[in-house]
Structures are given as structure tokens and as C-alpha cells.
Design a protein around this ligand. Structure first.
Ligand SMILES: [Zn+2]
Length: 219
């Protein structure tokens, strides 16, 4: 994969401009704003997934790194960011499969790569695994951050399906967790496919302001 080959070359760190492999240095990553256990974590606990964790708050350098990965094709960033997602994994991964929230096929054709897939590859590599392509989008859905709160809750319903019989325990990786609606759809699809335990592991959590948010940049 071109993205993997890209990891081998030094890039300027997004934060401090030092030349580093992967485009982010450890020191700048340590300064990323973490999502603490008290940061509104419980609201999604009753979703169809059994556990949802996010590593960082979607702001500042985290936001810029995600945008560069998603929209500017700076694939080298996926290695460092994916490794951070791996920090969220439970210690015992025996019998656990790792997958990701995929883009629609149209978006994948337009963009040429799937950022969540790259993050899942990098996170899985940390624990000596490879992600499995388990999910498929069945309908196009607008980016969550461009919707108002009511639309966010309803739009993704029925938007995903499980392509294969799902393993019993699955970690599903996404880049940005906004309301959890997309991850709920992923978890519903995985459970319909046979999974009994689903964990959502996202790089970042966006905390959108209440009220209409049209016109805000899509993530
Ligand atoms: Zn740095």
C-alpha cells in the first residue's frame, strides 16, 4: 500500500516541525488533549455497542492532523495516530477481531483511500494483528458534524450492513466520534451479523455545540 511505503520517509512534525518518521513526534502527541473519563463519557453507554472509547479531544493539533490525513492525503500521519488508538484496546485481544467504519464506495472511489482503514491498519499493527473488512455502507450519509442535533440522531439508521458472519468480539475503529450515531449503526450491523461484544475505539471525540450547526466544516 502506498500509505505504508510512505511511513518510511521522514516528515516534518505537524506540531514542532522536527523531521520525524510519520509526521508527528512523541512530544507533540503527548501534548494532545486527552478525553478524560469524566468528559461526557456515559451518554453513549446504553448504545448498541458495549464500550466506546476515544483517545483525544477533536481540537487543535488533533483536528489538524485528522484533516490532513483525510483531506490532504498525508497518509504518514496514520501510523502515529493509529498507534494512539491502540492505547484504547483492552489488554487481552485473543478472540477479538478489529474492523473499522468504512466510507461509502463512492467516497472511496473519489478519495482513493479510506482514512479509518489506514488508522485501523496502524492500530492493529501495534498488537500484531490486521483489520478485517466487516462492514459496508448501504446508503450515503452526510458528515455528522454538518447536521443539526435532531438530524444526527436519525440520519444513519440502516446505513450499514455486515458483509461476513461477524466474530463474537469486535473492536470497530473510527476517526472521529461525534454523537455516536454512526458507531451505533456499525455496532447494530455487527450484532445483526453475529457479534456479541462490540467496542468502538475512535481517535478523537468531537463535542459539538448545541443548536443548529449547518455550515460548520464537515469532518
Ligand atoms: Zn513535534
Amino acid at each position: 500500500m502506498r500509505a505504508i511505503a510512505d511511513f518510511a520517509y521522514p516528515h516534518q512534525c505537524l506540531g514542532c516541525r522536527l523531521l520525524v518518521a510519520g509526521g508527528l513526534c512523541g512530544s507533540c502527541i503527548r501534548d494532545f488533549p486527552e478525553v478524560g473519563p469524566g468528559a461526557g463519557f456515559g451518554a453513549e453507554a446504553s448504545g448498541p455497542y458495549d464500550c466506546a472509547r476515544q483517545r483525544f479531544r477533536f481540537e487543535g493539533l488533533v483536528r489538524e492532523a485528522v484533516h490532513r490525513l483525510k483531506y490532504r492525503g498525508e497518509w504518514a500521519l496514520a501510523e502515529a495516530l493509529g498507534a494512539e488508538i491502540a492505547q484504547l484496546f483492552p489488554p487481552d485481544l485473543q478472540q477479538v477481531a478489529i474492523t473499522f467504519v468504512p466510507m461509502t464506495e463512492k467516497k472511496l472511489r473519489d478519495r482513493g483511500f479510506d482514512p479509518a482503514h489506514l488508522l485501523a491498519e496502524a492500530a492493529s499493527a501495534v498488537v500484531g494483528m490486521s483489520p478485517i473488512l466487516l462492514l459496508a455502507r448501504t446508503i450515503e450519509t452526510p458528515p455528522q458534524v454538518s447536521l443539526d442535533p435532531a438530524e444526527r440522531r436519525v440520519s444513519p439508521q440502516g446505513s450499514m450492513r455486515c458483509r461476513l458472519p461477524a466474530p463474537e468480539s469486535v473492536i470497530v475503529i473510527d476517526d472521529v466520534f461525534t454523537t455516536g450515531a454512526t458507531c451505533m449503526e456499525a455496532a447494530r450491523a455487527l450484532k445483526a451479523g453475529g457479534a456479541r461484544w462490540v467496542m468502538v475505539a475512535a481517535l478523537a471525540r468531537s463535542f459539538p455545540l448545541p443548536g443548529p450547526s449547518r455550515g460548520r466544516p464537515a469532518i
